[in-house]
Design a protein around this ligand. Structure first.
Ligand code: HSE
Length: 404
């Protein structure tokens, strides 16, 4: 029998207990032996839960129990999740996690620690909820040079943007629904301001390029500045506005960024709506592959945690090819100002200004003029160049959104 401990009995933790119980027989067949949830660590008691008798409040009980060989960390937040993970790995226990904050902030160190102690550190559930993406990057696409990854990586913001777009619903009302449905972070600012997606794109960049970038340093813009008028304009132009995590190499350096983007109708990500995530991987041998599915929520995320648990329980650590990350040095990280794309620019300008704007920006596409708002899409230009043009024309900027 394998004894497992769950750290955290919130949305994902309780979902994982449910998956392990409901699908116990198929899981045990795959693992080859019985699986017992021996402990559940949480600050709270759950007297009405069928797992009430497993709940403990002292992490040391788990750390010091040699029978527990596998731990699922689903606490959220960096601390004490990081310290608990370190203690488990040092005690020779494999750890699987849904905690993207810990993976993005400390992944390099934790993967090295797992290797040093002959155990595994797996984090399929940290990106894309129930979508398999970490394991495919680690295994199925291992022979490829990944050239770019673009993805809708946050279910809460995609849910908000979709409902704002299709129902004209208000930002606040939809956010409340996302919280009720268990999609949003404890502090939803991490969702709407893009930090959750930043952590996820950092994890994907590290899977693709082997280098971890500090998620707090990347270009990160959320969706709080997106208005119903922006959505409507994008729709008229044949685009949808999505919060996109993007990583690529620019002149050999790694670029990772999160921002709202105009996604064109033909891009497979255009149709990814609601809580769903979509991740498009471009690589030299495979071409393009798209990963799609529920990006947040109790059972989908728990499904990914349970998949990692089964992987760990069914193999010796030597049988799992853990990624090796190193922290990127400053000279390996691209300056976002060098990134080239097209931009939707909306200025408080007049129709008659078209000639002047054309001269400064060097070509305007999809020109729109409505009630004092002059909108157009630029040619491909760097961040630095588009910012300089906007400053040069000196018309109040209503919005600028990058095109994917
Ligand atoms: N708050 C996250 C999201 C949960 O909305 O995508 C899944 O990581």
């Amino acid at each position: 029998m394998i004894h497992v401990a769950l750290l955290g009995f919130g949305v994902v933790g309780s979902g994982t207990a449910e998956v392990l119980t409901q699908n116990q027989s198929i899981i045990e067949k795959k693992v080859g032996q019985a699986v017992n949830i021996k402990y559940i660590l949480d600050l709270r008691d759950f007297p009405d839960s069928p797992f009430a008798d497993r709940v403990v409040h002292d992490f040391q009980i788990i750390a010091n129990d040699p029978e527990v060989s596998v731990v699922a960390e689903m606490l959220g937040g960096s601390h004490p999740a990081y310290e608990f993970t370190v203690a488990c790995l040092k005690a020779g226990k494999s750890v699987v996690t849904s905690n993207k904050e810990v993976v993005a902030n400390f992944g390099t160190e934790l993967l090295a620690l797992a290797r040093e102690h002959g155990v595994s550190y797996l984090f399929e559930a940290s990106v894309g909820g129930g979508i398999p993406i970490i394991r495919p990057l680690r295994e199925d696409l291992a022979s490829n040079n990944v050239t770019a990854i673009s993805g809708i990586l946050n279910g809460t913001t995609n849910y908000i943007l979709t409902r704002m777009d299709t129902e004209g619903a208000s930002f606040e009302d939809v956010l409340k629904d996302a919280q009720k449905l268990g999609y949003a972070e404890a502090n939803p600012a991490a969702d709407v301001e893009g930090l959750d997606a930043a952590r996820k794109i950092v994890i994907l960049a590290a899977m693709a390029f082997g280098k971890r970038i500090d998620p707090n340093t990347i270009l990160c813009e959320g969706i709080t500045g997106i208005t119903a008028a922006d959505s409507e304009l994008a729709g008229e132009m044949g685009y949808a506005i999505k919060l996109i995590g993007y990583t690529t190499r620019v002149d050999g350096k790694i670029l990772a960024m999160v921002s709202p983007r105009l996604v064109p109708l033909g891009n497979p990500i255009h149709g990814v709506n609601g809580v769903f995530n979509g991740i498009l991987v471009t690589a030299d041998m495979v071409g393009q592959v798209m990963f799609y599915g529920p990006g947040a929520g109790k059972l989908p995320t728990a499904s990914a945690v349970a998949g990692d648990l089964i992987d760990v329980m069914g193999h010796t650590p030597a049988g799992i090819h853990s990624p090796v990350w190193v922290d990127a040095t400053l000279d390996e990280i691209a300056d976002p100002d060098t990134y080239v794309c097209r931009h939707l620019v909306v200025l408080d300008a007049h129709e008659s200004d078209v000639g002047y704007l054309e001269t400064v920006f060097g070509g305007l596409n999809a020109v729109h003029y409505t009630e004092g708002r002059f909108s157009f899409i630029t040619e491909e230009m760097t961040e630095a160049a588009v910012k300089a043009c906007i400053e040069a024309v000196d018309y109040p900027l209503v919005t600028r959104i990058r095109v994917l």
